[in-house]
Design a protein around this ligand. Structure first.
Ligand SMILES: [Zn+2]
Length: 530
């Protein structure tokens, strides 16, 4: 009975692809332990059975459930032996974003029953790192979720909004279906508002630099990642059975040194295992001054042509950065008085929260925000609260800068603004953030002639500008500089959170520039011993 393996049975109703139900065979289904993959009919329901076999931990393992070969769906499952028992914890539990394939992955099943997880360590609040936590909790995870205090405050805004967007998208699709106007996939609701509340109750907020014992064998410390408010690098010191103490560092998303709003990322001097992001591992960002010049050029030209400027922006981080930059450009007299509308309740709340955590911002941003406080008439800055007010923006045909979410244009009020502003050539769309493959934002960046919004074809007549220097992520040089903070090469380095080209180029840079030998680009769902 001392088998090194345990079995899980996955049941997939064939008429509902993507829906998978997991049973631990020790409890429920030992009869089929040797059945492999079997398909048959039971009580008239077509079901497909698949047996997953996992080795019990002898040595620590990491399984990369997402952000492997792509930039969304960050979740890393760690398995190890503590006091003779196999234990599991998760670092991040993010949503996959961008198209139908992402939806199927979001509906996918965990390789172990969620109730077997001891805890979750969350690096930051972005939905691609946190967005499926309510689903995990609804599926049986009852343990603590550790994150920084600011991340917790942001999650109180982001997760309810995510649940709301999902149900609103479905309701809209159902209305359109009734009218015979809907084409394409029907949106999926991954979790409810109640499940979000349940998740928030499981959060244990921590401060940066606070070292806590998650259990007698694992210590956690969050260090500042400089990416968005509350973003952290997770430093875990682990004492496995029969092994030397091991330090695992999960970078989360690393911020750009010298960027606006956030301070520079903290360096970590030692680690045995490093999991590092590589979103921009294959390129260098433009300088801030070049970015400012481009912004001034596009905004000035569009305002002269009496057009609108539409800026899709992540509600958390990017919106506040844009506000800071626009404020700063007005302060430096590079732009005239502007009319700016922030049309995202979540961005409004996140902006208030940014003011609340004022002391966590970088010094220059603190100075600019203080200047605006003393010169409130320098900008006409309005935060839109209700939907009717948002709809009234449709009537503005020129002279407005509208900042709205979601950042990749796939959901939220930005879709309405694009629906109204894409067909007019005097308008400009400014893309300021990363656009994942398959997202509407990516298609705009790729200069498509028309897009399908709300089940209707919309011509893209507005000009689309990509301004690259605003990234919340470090570029190749920034990531390498952060890795240089480790005084000795880690025993193993995993390169995640990058599209294949980016991860591959960056892994090669680590090998060549830093001379680190054991650098791996993990494949999704593969298990790696460390
Ligand atoms: Zn992020």
């Amino acid at each position: 009975m001392n088998s090194l393996y345990k079995d899980f049975l996955v049941i997939t109703p064939i008429h509902k692809p993507g829906v998978r139900i997991l049973f631990d065979t020790r409890e429920t289904c030992s009869l089929v332990a040797n059945s492999g993959i079997v398909g048959f009919c039971l009580l008239g329901l077509a079901l497909e059975f698949e047996l997953i076999q996992r080795e019990y931990a002898k040595k620590m393992k990491i399984q990369f459930l997402g952000a492997a070969g792509e930039v969304t769906g960050s979740r890393h499952l760690v398995e190890l032996l503590l006091n003779g028992k196999t234990r599991h914890f998760m670092v991040d539990y993010g949503m996959f974003q961008g198209g139908r394939e992402a939806t199927n992955k979001n509906l996918g099943v965990m390789p172990i029953p969620p109730k077997e997880l001891d805890f979750v360590v969350l690096t930051h609040a972005h939905i691609d790192h946190s967005g499926l936590l309510p689903r995990l909790c609804a599926q049986g995870f009852k343990g603590p979720i550790y994150c920084t205090t600011a991340t917790y405050e942001l999650l109180k805004i982001l997760l309810p909004d995510s649940a709301h967007l999902q149900s609103a998208d479905l309701e809209r699709a159902e209305r359109k279906i009734k009218q015979g106007k809907w084409r394409g996939e029907i949106p999926v609701v991954l979790y409810s508002r109640e499940e979000v509340e349940m998740t928030l109750a499981q959060i244990e907020p921590l401060e940066y630099g606070q070292v806590i014992n998650l259990n007698p064998k694992i210590q956690l410390e969050f260090r500042n990642a400089g990416h968005i408010l509350g973003s952290a690098i997770a430093v875990l010191d682990i004492q496995e059975d029969g092994k030397q103490k091991k330090r695992c560092v999960f970078s989360g998303d690393i911020g750009m040194k010298g960027k606006v709003l956030m301070p520079d990322p903290d360096f970590i001097s030692a680690a045995d295992v490093v999991v590092v992001e590589s979103t921009y591992g294959d390129r260098l960002h433009r300088s801030l001054s070049e970015t400012e010049s481009e912004l001034v050029e596009v905004i000035s030209t569009t305002m002269s042509a009496h057009g609108n400027v539409i800026i899709p922006a992540f509600a958390v981080g990017r919106t506040q950065e844009m506000l800071f930059l626009l404020m700063d450009l007005v302060r430096k007299s590079k732009l005239p008085h502007l009319s700016i509308w922030v049309d995202s309740p979540m961005a409004t709340a996140a902006t208030h929260l940014t003011q609340h955590f004022f002391s966590q911002l970088d010094v220059q941003s603190q100075a600019t925000f203080s200047w605006f406080k003393n010169n409130p008439d320098s900008l006409d800055l309005r935060f839109i609260a209700d939907v009717e007010e948002s709809k009234s923006l449709n009537k503005i045909k020129g002279g407005a800068i509208i900042i709205s979410a979601s950042g990749m244009c796939d959901a939220g009020r930005i879709v309405h603004h694009l629906f109204n502003n894409l067909p007019r050539k005097q308008n400009a769309i400014i893309i300021t953030g990363f656009q994942a493959y398959g997202s509407l934002g990516r298609r705009l960046v790729d200069k498509v002639q028309k897009v399908r919004l709300f089940g209707e074809d919309v011509p893209v007549k507005a000009s689309v500008h990509t301004i690259g220097g605003l990234s919340a992520h470090a570029d190749q040089a920034g990531l390498l500089e952060w890795l240089r903070g480790f005084t000795l090469p880690p025993k193993i380095t995993f390169v995640v959170h990058g599209e294949p080209e980016s991860a591959s180029v960056f892994a090669q840079c680590i090998r060549e520039d830093l001379g680190w030998k054991n650098v791996i680009i993990p494949e999704r769902l593969q298990i790696y011993e460390c």
